[in-house]
Design a protein. Structure first.
Length: 271
């Protein structure tokens, strides 16, 4: 087991555990304001200090992790659920009108930066976590569609696929029983990458006021609220920023570790 897999798994598990724990317990009420106790430094009754409203930063980080993870997780689920079948269909009918339609639509979406598309969608339909999920999920669809198509194309000419076709299996059945299991490792690794990008996208949308709305805590909104307080109370901005950095770092390390563990070609090289 690689060190990147272990370290990435530990960092990811830490934030997932904090998010899960926030459903049952947080050190303080994230909606309770304490103006006399505002901008307290880390230590004492508030392990990570308080913000400009006197709210406990550790509690807000825990609930904010829940928000960011939920948005990114559902967005990746949308990409997998819709993108993978489209990619498999494009590969199965390569060269046809369906393949051309899916490929050109993916190219059109990729022509625009993902964050710009997300900002456009949330600006049109209104801010909120649900619209943020839809905005991030829409961009994930062509990502998984292109990955599934490219990986599946290399398999359709393999001998075991030809044997399945000779046996009378339909295109749909071959895609489900033979193609999909053989590209599952690539999809798992890509999911961790898109998960980390979803965390960043949610933070970016919340930073500009288009993500989760108050009083729901969000890491991006915590940064936006703290941008004028950096010189007065640096911890208010540094702590949520580090949370985003370590969460994304953990997911990227986890993805690298999974790639090393699941890719049979890398196993051959190591042996």
């Amino acid at each position: 087991m690689s060190r990147s897999l272990i370290l990435g798994g530990l960092l990811t598990a830490l934030f997932l555990g904090a998010a899960a724990l926030s459903f049952a317990w947080t050190p303080d009420d994230v909606t309770a304001m304490n103006i006399p106790g505002r901008l307290l430094p880390p230590g004492g009754d508030h392990l990570l200090g308080t913000d400009h409203f006197g709210r406990d930063i550790l509690s807000m980080l825990m609930v904010g992790a829940r928000t960011s993870i939920a948005v990114a997780l559902v967005a990746v689920g949308i990409g997998l659920t819709l993108g993978v079948p489209l990619g498999l269909a494009a590969a199965a009918y390569r060269g046809g009108w369906l393949d051309e339609l899916i490929s050109r639509t993916s190219d059109l979406i990729f022509a625009f930066p993902s964050l710009v598309i997300a900002i456009l969608i949330t600006a049109v339909f209104g801010p909120g976590a649900i619209n943020a999920i839809l905005a991030i999920g829409i961009f994930n669809i062509p990502v998984f569609a292109r990955l599934a198509r490219g990986a599946a194309l290399s398999l359709w000419t393999r001998e075991f696929i030809l044997a399945a076709r000779v046996a009378g299996k339909s295109t749909l059945r071959i895609s489900a029983e033979h193609i999909l299991p053989n590209i599952a490792n690539l999809l798992i690794v890509q999911s961790t990458i898109q998960f980390s990008l979803g965390i960043l996208a949610e933070a970016g949308l919340s930073y500009v006021g288009l993500g989760a709305q108050p009083p729901v805590p969000s890491w991006g909104r915590m940064l936006a609220d703290a941008q004028t307080l950096v010189s007065l109370a640096p911890h208010v901005a540094v702590i949520p920023g580090l949370a985003i950095v370590f969460m994304v770092l953990g997911l990227n390390l986890l993805g690298d570790g999974l790639r090393d563990a699941l890719d049979p070609r890398l196993k051959v090289l190591r042996t």
